[in-house]
Ligand binder design. Structure first.
Ligand code: ATP
Length: 215
């Protein structure tokens, strides 16, 4: 599978935020978005996830040497600034909702809720209401959402902002494993996230520039 974006342009309100953004990512590849505040990183991630309609262009998952394609949103997980969990439901109820809602994309299987909780280092507390947990614990369970359903593309918007170093490291391990299993990741992040061989895309509003490998 490849993720292909061609000539994307997006508006927020009446304003065009970026134009002519194109990139391609193959299985196992990652791309980090950089650029000043307000340059359109979150906007681009939301377009790829299908949460915003592009003004122009397309972004698709392409299979079988281009003979088949699906909208990117059907193969993607989106982890935004917010955790997208209900405060009054338990962790198990929240993750069970996402597992059923997202489903597995063909070719893989999500982990059980217990296994996903273990993977984020919080095995013993899934019976608690989400709202009882600390901010860091809540963020870790938002990351567990990526594990309970199989989606080959992970779209990550500042996934580790405000987390401690051990959570950073834990998440970098999950991303690394996802890529090693043939997944794709696109992230706006200031943390390394195990993405040292990632491509970079510098968002510059109307201009943009793709550079090779990250240092
Ligand atoms: N809902 C909205 N309505 C109108 N304009 C918006 C909306 N959301 C964002 N914008 C504008 O779109 C532009 C791009 O915002 P975006 O959040 O994509 O930038 P960013 O690169 O992710 O920024 P940051 O690094 O601060 O997170 C900004 O000028 C912002 O003010």
């Amino acid at each position: 599978m490849r993720l292909v974006a061609e000539n994307l342009a997006a508006k927020r309100g009446e304003d065009l935020i970026f134009v002519n953004v194109s990139f391609q990512l193959a299985a196992g590849e990652a791309m980090v978005l950089t650029g000043r505040n307000g340059s359109g990183k979150s906007t681009l991630l939301r377009v790829v996830a299908g949460l915003l309609r592009p003004e122009r262009g397309r972004v698709e998952a392409v299979f079988r040497d281009g003979r088949e394609s699906r909208p990117a949103r059907e193969v993607s997980h989106y982890l935004g600034h917010r955790n997208a969990m209900k405060q009054e439901l338990t962790v198990i109820e929240n993750l069970a909702f996402w597992q059923a809602y997202l489903g597995d994309f063909e070719g893989g299987e999500g982990r059980s809720i217990a296994a996903a909780a273990d993977a984020v280092g919080l095995g013993g507390i899934t019976h608690l209401p989400f709202g009882y947990l600390s901010a860091g614990q809540q963020r870790r369970f938002a990351m567990a959402k990526l594990l309970v359903a199989h989606r080959p593309v992970w779209i990550l918007d500042e996934p580790t902002a405000a987390l401690d170093a051990s959570a950073d490291q834990m998440f970098a391990g999950l991303v690394h494993e996802h890529l090693a299993n043939g997944g794709i990741a696109i992230a706006a992040t200031h943390q390394p996230l195990g993405l040292k061989d990632a491509k970079t895309l510098v968002m510059k509003g109307f201009e943009y520039r793709e550079t090779g490998e990250m240092a």
